[in-house]
Design a protein around this ligand. Structure first.
Ligand SMILES: [Zn+2]
Length: 84
């Protein structure tokens, strides 16, 4: 009778084990339009139908505006602290 592993395991020192399955089998990206996981090679989100390249570009532009606004706010706060 063969074991659960198909008889490939032996008690001797010459055991062959199946390759361990990776915990995350494939690399996934986020869709910036709906925040769902999408495959890296997708060009259109299968969930919201958005154009992933355009949505990523829009998301990057938004992040740049947020970073610029935060930098501006830090500058204003530093100037306010300097005044007292
Ligand atoms: Zn989406």
């Amino acid at each position: 009778m063969r074991g659960i592993c198909g008889g490939r395991l032996s008690r001797g020192g010459n055991a062959t084990y199946p390759a361990p399955r990776p915990l995350v089998p494939i690399e996934l990206e986020f869709c910036p339009g709906c925040n769902c996981f999408v495959r890296e090679e997708e060009t259109a989100c299968p969930f919201c139908g958005g154009d992933l390249a355009a949505l990523r570009e829009e998301d990057q532009a938004h992040r740049r505006r947020v970073v610029a606004a935060m930098d501006h706010l830090r500058t204003l706060l530093a100037a306010q602290e300097a005044v007292g």
